[in-house]
Write a protein that binds this ligand. Structure first.
Ligand code: G6P
Length: 486
């Protein structure tokens, strides 16, 4: 970080996220380290490992076995410790109301413009406020705010920057919002829109994945608050301060993914995956990798596949689809419903087209190691990303980086953030246009090796040029400039 962030030299980086990068869980008395699913923590852990500092997060597991709840600070990553993980413990009531409630039953559907799933209430809101206070306090206990750069991640902490600033007015705060920012019409449906905007404007720097989300944010501020907005420069003058808003498209550690996909470990994992799930030796393999979330368009993807097998019968026994699904937010009814629907749909489609020798859709809900995932991506001839809304979608980038053999085809929803970078080179689909989606899968299946390899090398250039290292340099570089101007 020193070359990009010299103004940080005597400041400590403090990263704040809801999800912790490593969860210690007790299993038969033994402590196991689990890495949670989801793009955010897996993208940021390598960055923290290289920069060092402190990561503050909700301690959702059992702790590491030899510390008390009072001061759970451990060194991670477990294999080569390089930064501190400070855990904030939450009561069941907080988890219900702050995490499942306000974060995931209000802000998540709101920001993904699915307001019919939004259920705001005063209890959720109160706990969201209280928990944001608790995090602000935990941060201020842990570090000297004058000597830190506090970097909030995501929608769980729209208010914490304000609470930090109220107690330590000169702290440098920044935030990256990993999910979409909606239009003003959508934001307006949430009763707390003013407080949310005001909380975020306590940051010095506010980042989104795309220009579109930045524009939406500026538009919301212009309607809701008394602020001066310089759209050209991405500046908001509010409450006597200037806040910079900018787009920083998140990337992955492309090199790590590529190396892993080419490793012996991936070969071994692939052999056992094939055996365990009876995957066919020949034909085409299409893959989908998602957290089980209603924003991912998994049902729309299944519709398209059913349509494919119906209207292009030559694709029966030719194209097999593997859906890797990670269970997510299982206490929320919408998520339980989704899981049931997805499993029932897969069973129905398999029943409709399956034969004694062929299962059209293979569903994997077991945990896969990174090497097994790399193998699955590598072997995939087609990757289907069909989100209805998605801040970025790193699966698209992970698939691309893992194509070390025969190049596959990325089929990408035009409704994901990654489409701004990759949309011109991938095959684009609209998840709700079932027929065109099916025809695009067919087109991917028919694509000639030269075209596949042309497209894939351009995709790889893009994913490698805008990798996690570049993202880090962009964000921290911008922060350094702002710090120097102070
Ligand atoms: C998305 C969010 C992350 C979140 C992840 C997993 O990627 O942007 O903040 O951590 O989903 O969801 P979970 O609720 O399990 O943390």
């Amino acid at each position: 970080a020193s070359s990009t962030a010299h103004a940080f030299e005597n400041r400590e980086l403090v990263l704040v996220s809801n999800r912790e990068p490593y969860t210690h869980e007790r299993d038969d008395g033994e402590i196991q380290v689990v890495r949670p699913a989801g793009g955010l923590t897996s993208a940021l852990d390598p960055m923290m490992a290289s920069i060092g500092g402190t990561w503050v997060a909700w301690g959702s597991g059992d702790g590491d076995g030899d510390v008390t709840d009072e001061d759970d600070c451990v060194r991670v990553p477990p294999e080569s410790p390089s930064y501190d993980l400070k855990r904030v413990f939450l009561s069941d009531e907080q988890v219900t109301n702050y995490y499942y409630g306000y974060s995931n039953k209000v802000l998540w559907p709101l920001c993904h413009s699915d307001t019919s799933k939004m259920t705001p209430n005063a209890t959720y809101w109160r706990h969201y406020q209280d928990t944001n206070w608790q995090f602000a306090d935990a941060i201020l206990e842990q570090v000297d705010p004058e000597k830190a750069v506090i970097w909030f991640q995501d929608y769980h902490f729209a208010l914490a920057p304000r609470y930090v600033r109220e107690q330590a007015p000169d702290t440098f705060c920044m935030q990256f919002w990993h999910i979409p920012w909606p239009s003003w019409e959508v934001l307006h449906t949430c009763p707390q829109y003013r407080e949310l905007l005001d909380g975020l404007l306590a940051n010095d720097l506010l980042g989104f994945h795309t220009e579109r989300y930045c524009e939406n944010f500026l538009e919301c501020v212009s309607h809701a608050l008394d602020a001066d907005i310089d759209r050209e420069r991405g500046h908001i003058h509010y409450d006597g301060r200037t806040i910079r808003v900018a787009a920083f498209p998140l990337g992955i550690d492309a090199e790590e993914r590529r190396t892993l996909a080419a490793s012996d470990e991936a070969d071994e994992e692939w052999a056992s995956l094939r055996e365990q799930y009876h995957l066919p030796d020949d034909g085409l393999l299409a893959v989908g990798v998602d957290r089980l979330d209603y924003t991912k368009g998994i049902e729309q993807r299944l519709d398209a596949l059913e349509h494919l097998w119906e209207w292009y019968p030559e694709y029966r026994e030719k194209l097999t689809f593997v859906q890797k699904a990670s269970e997510s937010r299982g206490e929320i009814e919408e998520y339980q419903q989704l899981q049931q629907n997805v499993e029932a749909e897969i069973a129905r489609i398999n029943d409709r087209f399956g034969t004694d020798d062929w299962t059209p859709i293979v569903y994997i809900d077991d945990h896969l190691s990174l090497a097994a995932l790399a193998a699955l991506y590598r072997e995939g001839d087609i990757c289907l990303v069909s989100s209805l809304r998605d801040g970025m979608n790193l699966v698209a980038k992970e698939f691309v980086a893992s194509q070390v053999d025969d190049p596959g085809v990325l089929v990408l929803s035009e409704l994901v953030g990654a489409h701004e970078e990759l949309g011109d080179i991938a095959l684009t689909v609209h998840p709700n246009d079932t027929e065109a989606f099916a025809a695009t899968i067919e087109k991917a299946g028919e694509m000639q090796p030269t075209e596949r390899s042309n497209r894939m090398s351009r995709l790889q250039e893009q994913v490698e040029a805008n990798d996690i290292g570049q993202w880090k340099r962009n964000v921290l570089g911008e922060a350094s400039v702002l710090l120097e101007q102070r």
